[in-house]
Design a protein around this ligand. Structure first.
Ligand code: AMP
Ligand code: MG
Length: 327
């Protein structure tokens, strides 16, 4: 299969026809790029799993372009969903609800819940409104780092998808927060840019964390996601990163530091991919930096962020990328 990368606006009509005829289309969102198919068409959704090499027991997010569309993919939608939607949709928040009978089991990995999100990207919403409902996971090969540019998608899915819509770099840079509203008290199954602290005022209390109740409700979280192809470590400090870097270099390896620009004296002239200056910069840059680093180096050493909120969400992804290894 030939894979074409087309400017998003230019490719919109073609993308809509492809999706309607049961094909896949890669599209930009504000979190990461998505690999979309008609969520009502099980054969089309099957192609997502095939193109990604994704295990069938990892369910997909269904994307909407307007809050009212939720009724077509979910049932018994609780009032709190609409409260959250008013504040966080469009945005980087995915909400798990009881699924409508119209959503085939392949979308939800056989489960009776469906994950719903409205992207904060006007182009994505235009595409979704014309091809609703769009089932889409991240547009990477399964277990690799999620893509935040059309080039990242091409590197993973060339020959496996017909069309990549190029909408530039994703603004947020990590996958959405997943909030489950189907199991009693609200639970965050996957942390993201929308934090527990931001959600708490709308839920009456801070949501729980998926870690507390285990992984059963969030089938995707048991997999080692987001991993680069090179050996990777999280650095407990800039000093320990510099020391480990020097040991690797002395052994003839090619290490690289993924750090923000705030430790220049400690890190010196060592090879580095910049993660910017703020926590949001780190979030925006980290996947792209991992992909750049794995192409040119054997050992990746990533800065560790302290703190709650978005810093903790980014660290969730970094610790998966490094397989929990620290230096
Ligand atoms: P991705 O779009 O590649 O980030 O993957 C979608 C994520 O949403 C995975 O981590 C899934 O486990 C999670 N997800 C999708 N549907 C559900 C659902 N019905 N219940 C719980 N988690 C879900
Ligand atoms: Mg993914």
């Amino acid at each position: 299969m030939i894979t074409r990368i087309v400017n998003a606006e230019d490719g919109l009509d073609e993308a809509v026809s492809l999706i309607k005829s049961g094909e896949l289309v890669v599209f930009p969102t504000e979190t990461v790029y998505g690999l979309g198919a008609n969520a009502f068409d099980p054969a089309a959704v099957g192609k997502i799993f095939e193109a990604k090499g994704r295990p069938q027991d990892n369910p997909l997010i269904v994307h909407i372009s307007a809050v009212g569309e939720v009724k077509e993919i979910a049932r018994d939608v609780p009032e709190v969903f609409y409260t959250l939607a008013e504040r966080f949709m469009p945005g980087a928040l995915t909400v798990v609800l009881p699924k409508s009978d119209r959503i085939p089991g392949i979308v939800t990995a056989g489960g009776d819940t469906v994950a719903v999100r409205m992207p904060d990207n006007a182009f994505a919403r235009e595409l979704i409104s014309r091809s609703f409902p769009l089932a889409a996971p991240s547009a990477n090969r399964s277990k690799h780092v999620s893509p935040t540019s059309a080039g990242h998608v091409y590197d993973d899915l060339n020959g496996r998808v017909p069309l990549i819509l190029d909408g530039g770099e994703c603004r947020v840079g990590i996958e959405s927060t997943v909030l489950d509203l189907t199991s009693g008290d609200p639970v965050i199954l996957r942390p993201g840019a929308v934090t527990a602290e931001m959600l708490a005022p709308y839920l009456g209390a801070a949501p729980g964390s998926g870690k507390v109740i285990g992984t059963a409700k969030s089938p995707g979280m048991k997999y080692r996601h987001y991993a680069p192809t090179a050996e990777a470590y999280a650095a407990l400090s800039a000093e320990s990163a510099a020391a480990f870097y020097d040991r690797c270099a002395a052994e003839g390896k090619s290490p690289v530091l993924l750090f923000r620009d705030i430790y220049p004296d400690i890190l010196g002239e060592r090879s580095r991919v910049s993660l910017g200056r703020s926590v949001d910069d780190f979030m925006h840059n980290v996947y792209s930096a991992l992909r750049t680093a794995e192409k040119e180096h054997d050992v990746i050493i990533v800065e560790t962020l302290a703190g709650e909120g978005r810093a903790a969400s980014v660290m969730n992804r970094v610790m998966k990328a490094v397989g929990g290894k620290t230096v």
